[in-house]
Design a binder for this molecule. Sequence first.
Ligand code: NAD
Length: 491
Amino acid sequence: MQDYRMLIGGEWREAVDGASFTSINPYSGEEWARFPRAAAADVELAVQAAQAAFTAGDWPQWTASQRGAALVRLAGLVAEEAGRLAEIEVRDNGKLMAEMSNQCRYMANWYAYYGGLADKVEGLVPPIDKPGVVNMVHYEPLGVCACITPWNSPLLLLAWKLAPALAAGNTVVVKPSEYTSASTLELVRLVETAGIPPGVVNVVTGFGEEAGMPLVTHPLVRKVAFTGGEQAGRAINQAAAGDFKKVTLELGGKSPNIVFEDADLDAAVPGAVSGIFAASGQTCIAGSRLLLQDGIYDAFLDRLVEMARSAKLGDPMDPETNISPVATAAQHEKILAYIEIARAEGATCLLGGRAARPEGSGGYFVEPTIFTDVRNDMRIAQEEVFGPVLSVLRFSDEDEAVAIGNDVLYGLAAGVWTNDLTRALRMSRRLQAGTVWVNTYRSTSYTTPFGGYKRSGLGRENGSDAIKEYLQPKSVWLAEPKAVENPFIRR
Ligand code: NAD
């Protein structure tokens, strides 16, 4: 059992009341690490440390170029340590080592990109319609930002928040998921090594209500950046509204992956598999509704079932494994419950539909599962399962594909498979989603905005505009001193 402490004001600390909790390896089913269980008193210390680092000491004196250079150093350290960080993530969330090591290496780019951007945020001198006056617009940091992250890609989704927040000159308190706290605590060691002053990045470990909510409602926190489920997102949005904090919310999805008859099936079949079975379906962008056009319906399903059936369930550290366990016992139960709901609603289970337990594992596996005869008003087509469960629907033409695709409360992503360029353009305009992929799926990058329409969230992460989510404009007026004739009239 490994014992971790949380980082507050540059010190590694236990919880004020000494409470702790443990993390379970989803593959072995065994506890492997212990963390301080933060509550309001710990959050108070962390926010005060972040506020102190924002207002005094070295950090507020650093130029944007110095902040950028530190982030570029951090990017180098993250790239060097990617393998070790990935191993820790796998121990916590059970995802494939192949996926997590890729992800951790790629994540370094966020720190390099926003490091490069730090000293390229330019203010403005707008032309002013008044004589003898100059107006300047500066972009200033907000203050203490709270970053609250989920368990499925803890470090990547933290990078989406931490990198722009620091580039902009803010200080941060991070609350990682209670299921995956270890990798964040390892990452902030690298933040220290990169030379970022103590108190600029703090971590409280603990549960949503106990540690997350006191952070969201703390009056000194000026921004909350959250990735997670709809329910927590709504609670956070409502609580943050109390004192008008800025929020960025990246929530769930029920994304349509739409295959037209003219698509290249050699690309579209693996695209559908990757959309729902990669990461055991535990991604917000999962293509969990597969829409197949009439003419290819049967042929596509045959190929899809064959590929999904051959997926190997097993140890996430084994490079031969395709499908690893889902992250938690609760998630396992939830997925199995949805499978029963789908059956009760009258959907046909074409593949899978059961829990699995590969030899040697103690963990929470679910077979890759495919449902046909799904109507879009069924719960299995409307609600986020967050597991390897695919709903297949049928359509006859573009209008019907758009109607089914958009008939859902979410709008995070959509996939379109076609070789017709004008159709691709039409579909990308008509689908209500923050990301539309044509002839590919699951791509994201530090250079392009990511976020949701409708209930999938608020605001955008990634890309150059995202740094503005961590800045506020200040308008400064410089005038020649002049006596005014009538001070009671607005100038
Ligand atoms: P979750 O909402 O249960 O938890 C996310 C984080 O919020 C955790 O750190 C948790 O402790 C905290 N939290 C929970 N309740 C809180 C509250 N009332 N106040 C403050 N903090 C609270 O989500 P999860 O189960 O960890 O992750 C899965 C969800 O995340 C899925 O719905 C998925 O779609 C979503 N997700 C979205 C994206 C995206 O970018 N849009 C990416 C990954 C995951």
